[in-house]
Write a protein that binds this ligand. Structure first.
Ligand code: ATP
Length: 333
């Protein structure tokens, strides 16, 4: 179990992490999300033991993570941190980088381990290429393999796929994340990419201004977002007064609605005027305005001519659940 208890951290007078507490069972996969500057990298560094905490502590299996005052080289041997600063040896090969910290006394195991990791990061053909001759994305993959070579129990990833193209990124994630799960490695992945979060992370933690806004199963964080900020981290999102969606609810409470939860209908009083349709491959993302000037995003199978008035309804099951939860809250308050 990884435990983060009441962690506070400031850069000088500037508080960055404010009373962060959460627990992660071993082998879990957490997505750490939040806008730029919300404190994701700082939290990873705090967990890794790189920062002198103002207050609080981090422990793993009841063993305290010692900070920079105790470890000359920050970090515990059961934990690896892959940041943007890749810490590779540019003039040696991919294999040599991955195997840098492996025992030379077991050459066969050593080679087998390197081969296994080359397959996970899909760089088998580059085993003997010098790192300086690789692209930025390829170097990121080597840094991940190098971290995994030492069989950590906890892997901290700081936007690990930022330089990797979409095609390679998808393939890599489909190999890497199941591999980490199979090995029982606890993963905290700081990311801006909804495609990292929804399919792979069972848990999600939302940071806002250095505080935890939400923490729980990804499905709950997504389906019942705390506010527009949390929902927007997954993509476009709307806040719409409840009574626009169901005139039966005479409550002036806004509700979060994802674009895919709205659809064009013949019979609804919720009318909007289309401004623009954006091609998204399998559908169009449409930007429209209600007469109250409220901006509304919804998806549609075709592009819609700007200026067209359409009626919208929200019938998605997830939205209906959210509506009934919001309505119940009003009813009881
Ligand atoms: N070495 C530092 N000295 C002073 N302030 C810092 C330092 N590193 C980060 N900060 C500040 O701490 C805050 C949090 O930064 P952090 O890098 O943790 O955010 P982040 O959520 O990871 O952002 P991004 O998504 O852009 O990587 C920011 O306001 C940043 O300017």
């Amino acid at each position: 179990m990884l435990q983060v208890n009441n962690v506070f951290f400031a850069y000088g007078e500037n508080p960055i992490l404010k009373d962060i507490s959460f627990q992660l069972p071993n082998g879990s996969h957490l997505a750490l999300i939040g806008e730029s500057g919300s404190g994701k990298s700082t939290l990873l560094k705090a967990i890794y033991g790189k920062l002198k905490l103002g207050q609080g502590e981090v422990s793993w299996n009841n063993q305290k993570v010692l900070g920079p005052d105790f470890n000359l080289i920050p970090g515990e041997n059961y934990m690896k941190y892959v940041s943007q600063d890749l810490d590779l040896m540019p003039f040696t090969t991919v294999s040599e980088n991955i195997g840098e910290h492996l025992s030379v006394f077991e050459p066969e195991t050593h080679q087998a381990r390197i081969q296994e990791l080359l397959e996970v990061i899909q760089l088998e053909d580059y085993a003997h290429v010098k790192v300086k001759n690789l692209s930025g994305g390829q170097q990121q993959r080597v840094a991940i393999a190098k971290a995994l070579a030492q069989e950590p129990k906890i892997l901290l990833l700081d936007e690990p796929f930022s330089s990797i193209d979409q095609f390679k990124k998808n393939g890599l994630k489909q190999l890497l994340f199941p591999y980490l799960k199979e090995k029982g490695i606890t993963v905290i992945n700081a990311t801006h990419d909804p495609d990292d979060i929804l399919p792979f992370s069972w848990l999600t933690l939302v940071l806002k201004d250095g505080e935890i806004l939400d923490f729980g199963p990804t499905k709950n964080v997504y389906n019942h977002p705390k506010n527009l900020y949390a929902a927007s981290l997954f993509g476009e999102a709307n806040t719409i007064p409840l009574y626009f969606l169901n005139p039966g609810y005479y409550i002036d409470r806004p509700i979060i609605v994802y674009p895919h939860e709205l659809s064009v209908t013949q019979n609804s009083d919720f009318m909007v005027t289309v401004e623009e349709s954006f091609f998204k491959g399998s559908h169009f993302l449409v930007k429209a305005f209600h007469e109250t000037n409220l901006m509304v995003w919804f998806i549609h199978s075709r592009s819609i001519i700007p200026g067209t008035k359409v009626a919208l309804k929200g019938t998605a099951k997830t939205l209906l659940e959210r509506i009934s939860k919001t309505h119940a809250k009003d009813y009881h308050s």
